[in-house]
Ligand binder design. Structure first.
Ligand code: GUN
Length: 344
């Protein structure tokens, strides 16, 4: 079996003549963009995690303890367990401490607040994250407001959100700050560009818009009630899709030469859908046979790829950056708490 996915390092461009090499089954058309870059989040995340590990080593060499991250996991959501597991594993790889605080789904609001207070007061803990979603019945915003802003490595506290929009130094949510790293480290020009963000969540859409605005993009936020969505998306020099709807973004949604960032993490459980979205891709089919599902984004990759100048794959695009940026934020939290000026 030939190569099915070609890894591309940051700053490396893929000639569209190699399209079949990178993604079998994708047809190059006459109108294809001449050069399409696949933005390899995996290798950029590895780069960032290496920098974090160096930063941790510098702190320790300067006589400080290793930074520590506490992840609060409420209930038994399997996906949340996987996400928290990958964050704590990455902490260990970077030389950081981590703790998973597993709590029952039926915990009372008061007890959960109390647990977070204990972490706020624990001097060993530099960063706290409450993995979302938390069970229905618990007031999410109130719970997130309980995290001390100095330890709010997720950037979900109202003070962090306000500071972000005010352009002040703060913790920025990991996924959108990872997207910005991806854009910067692959040489994407932002100044003066029209960025269209599809999705208005507090985790991705809103902070993404704030970050792009701070970098002098003209920003449009679209959402489920937006009229003429395709027309607006097609105006974007940069298009960020973060809505959680498989293949919503088809070729008619993108401008020729745009940079497309796919934040979607959707699970395809129908074989016919996998075959439709990834025609002739044996690797996806094998994954489907093995696991009964495959991960997919909000962008119809094979339809959009030929038209754009750069695009993130799913998996291997934005996902790995989320973990890397949580680590980076935790290191930063520790530095601030130690009053350390050590640079990586
Ligand atoms: N659930 C989905 N994304 C995130 C995230 O970035 N942080 C937390 N805490 N929960 C999430």
């Amino acid at each position: 079996m030939g190569r099915v996915y070609k890894k591309i390092s940051p700053m490396t461009r893929v000639r569209s003549t190699h399209l079949e090499d990178a993604f079998p089954g994708i047809q190059q058309t006459k109108e294809s963009y001449s050069v399409t870059q696949i933005l390899d989040g995996k290798s950029i995340a590895a780069q960032i995690r290496g920098e974090v590990a160096n930063g941790v080593a510098s702190l320790v060499a300067a006589g400080h303890r290793a930074p520590g991250l506490a992840a609060v996991l409420v209930g038994e959501n399997p996906a949340s367990k996987v996400y928290v597991g990958s964050k704590t594993k990455a902490c260990a790889a970077a030389g950081m401490e981590s703790w998973t605080v597993q709590l029952p789904a039926n915990i009372s609001e008061g007890d959960l607040r109390q647990k977070i207070q204990e972490l706020n007061e624990n001097d060993e803990v530099d960063g706290i994250l409450v993995q979302l979603p938390i069970p229905k019945g618990l007031p999410e915003r109130e719970i997130l407001s309980e995290v001390a802003p100095t330890k709010d490595v997720d950037g979900f506290h109202p003070a962090s959100i306000g500071r972000l929009w005010a352009g002040e130094q703060t913790f920025v949510p990991a996924t959108p700050s990872g997207v910005l790293e991806l854009l910067d480290r692959t040489g994407t020009e932002l100044e003066g560009k029209h960025a269209v963000v599809v999705g208005r969540s507090l985790i991705v859409g809103k902070p993404m818009a704030a970050l792009l605005l701070a970098r002098n993009c003209t920003v449009t936020i679209c959402h489920s009630r937006t009229q003429n969505l395709a027309n607006i998306c097609r105006q974007g020099d940069i298009l960020v899709a973060a809505v959680g709807r498989t293949a919503l973004i088809s070729a008619e949604f993108v401008k020729e030469g745009a940079v497309v960032i796919d934040v979607g993490m959707n699970r395809l459980t129908e074989l016919s859908e996998v075959e439709r979205l990834y025609p002739g891709d044996p690797k996806r089919l094998r994954t489907f046979e093995k696991r009964g599902s495959v991960l997919t984004g909000d962008v119809d990759f094979s339809a959009v790829y030929p038209k754009v100048s750069a695009i993130t794959p799913v998996p291997g695009g934005v996902g790995p950056l989320t973990v890397a940026m949580v680590l980076a934020n935790t290191l930063e939290a520790a530095r601030r708490r130690f009053g350390a000026t050590v640079e990586p």
